[in-house]
Write a protein that binds this ligand. Structure first.
Ligand SMILES: NC(=O)c1ccc[n+]([C@@H]2O[C@H](COP(=O)([O-])OP(=O)(O)OC[C@H]3O[C@@H](n4cnc5c(N)ncnc54)[C@H](O)[C@@H]3O)[C@@H](O)[C@H]2O)c1
Length: 390
């Protein structure tokens, strides 16, 4: 809506618009099976071209099935295979996609770009889609657990710039997200655990029932690479929780976000050249945050123990060697800027609940790091109660 105000000396126009977001996230099986129609919609007349960004790390048979799928449906597909990994989440990959898009004519409304890959390509290609011709629609098909429960289902896109993670990006809703668990079957265990850390995040700060489900079935889900029946329930419950947090605050008008649990101190640890995966850095932050919450008596000891126990049950070992007090402290400063001047750090208040704090000090981080270093998680769990509370 545009409105002209006449009562002032100089005319003034005020524009008011709402940012729409309307997309489906659809669970499916056999996404590249020629009988599956999901990739054909929207089926506008003459919409017979598709530009696909495909993660070069997924097994080759998926690429062959995708080519067969489009061939069978008379669709000309341009497939751009790109390597993923944090080191490729950069301007170069973004430009490679833009150049390839520019060389492949397609209708900017009816022939959506399709992204098949993990969080890195969902983020970079999603951003490329948001910029090409000022925005063309894109469909995401996540192939890692990290993307399945997190990166693909929200609206954030972007790439790393000048050593800063996600420094350039946009809020761009996809046209559709298609979830097919079959891709997770080929993920290395490290990448399965990486995604599990984001599921744990949700369970700890907002969903005690999901937490209990992970206690009972999490190890089985991991062993089956999320192919068994319980896994489906865990994944859908995690996505429910994620969307319950994201949907009412899609464009981050509210800067205190529970889903930022584990995403404050981790920012600096997940330095672009570090060996830590995103979920592994989030895990370290969750451990330190849990210790800080415990020291402040925000979190009952029984809940802290349950949290640490669950990491152990799932075979998730925090890589404490990467803890760096100065980096975490700088990271807290950086996130404070990002959150418009307040720390807004979510800390667990019990299993399934969190509180926000704005006054974490360097000393607290240091104390938490020393506790974790001196008493690695397993030792804390195995130590007698009087030592644990010391
Ligand atoms: N946009 C968001 O809201 C959001 C949320 C969470 C994470 N992220 C971002 O996601 C990124 C991490 O995502 P990721 O962990 O998926 O990393 P990634 O995309 O680099 O994938 C990890 C590795 O797995 C390979 N791979 C992908 N699918 C595979 C499959 N099915 N089988 C075997 N190997 C496969 C990839 O080639 C890559 O080597 C980070 O950059 C993080 O910032 C974004």
């Amino acid at each position: 809506m545009a409105e002209r105000h006449m009562s002032v000396a100089n005319a003034r126009w005020q524009i008011r618009a709402e940012r729409p977001a309307d997309y489906d996230i659809v669970e499916t099986e056999g996404i590249f099976d020629v009988r599956n129609p999901l990739l054909l919609t929207p089926n506008a007349p003459g919409a017979n071209r598709r530009f696909v960004v495909l993660d070069a790390g997924i097994p080759r048979h998926h690429a062959a099935a995708l080519e067969r799928y489009f061939e069978c449906h008379g669709i000309r597909a341009q497939i751009l295979r790109l390597p993923a990994g944090e080191q490729n989440k950069n301007l170069q990959t973004y430009l490679t996609i833009q150049r390839a898009l520019d060389a492949f004519p397609f209708h900017r409304r009816d022939e959506p770009i399709i992204v098949v890959g993990g969080g890195v390509l969902c983020d970079v290609a999603g951003f490329a889609a948001s910029c090409f011709r000022r925005g063309v629609p894109h469909i995401r098909i996540p192939t890692t657990l990290m993307a399945y429960v997190d990166a693909a289902v929200g609206v954030k896109t972007g790439f790393n710039f000048d050593e800063h993670k996600n420094r350039i990006g946009s809020f761009t809703p996809p046209l559709r997200v298609l979830l097919d668990r079959q891709f997770l079957d080929s993920l290395p265990r490290r990448h399965i655990l990486n995604g599990v850390c984001e599921i744990l995040k949700l369970a700890i700060i907002k969903d005690a029932a999901l937490f209990a489900r992970l206690e009972a079935h999490g190890a089985g889900c991991i062993a089956s690479r999320f192919q068994d029946t319980q896994s489906r329930l865990v994944l859908n419950q995690a996505i429910d929780g994620m969307l319950a947090e994201l949907a009412p605050n899609l464009f981050e008008d509210e800067l205190a976000r529970a889903v930022d649990f584990g995403h404050t101190l981790s920012y600096g640890l997940e330095h672009i050249r570090s060996d830590l995966l995103h979920g592994e850095a989030v895990l370290l932050d969750m451990v330190i945050s849990t210790f800080i919450a415990r020291r402040r008596h925000l979190l009952p000891e029984a809940d802290a123990t349950r949290i640490l126990h669950l990491f152990d049950t799932l075979g998730i070992v925090p890589q404490t060697v990467h803890l760096d007090i100065e980096r975490m402290w700088q990271s807290l400063h950086e996130r404070t800027e990002h959150r418009n001047g307040l720390q807004r750090v979510p800390l667990p208040a019990s299993v399934g609940q969190c509180v926000f704090v704005n006054d974490i000090t360097r000393d607290e981080i240091e104390m938490a790091v020393r506790s974790v270093m001196n008493h690695p998680v397993r030792a804390i769990l195995e130590s007698p109660p009087e030592r644990r509370s010391a």
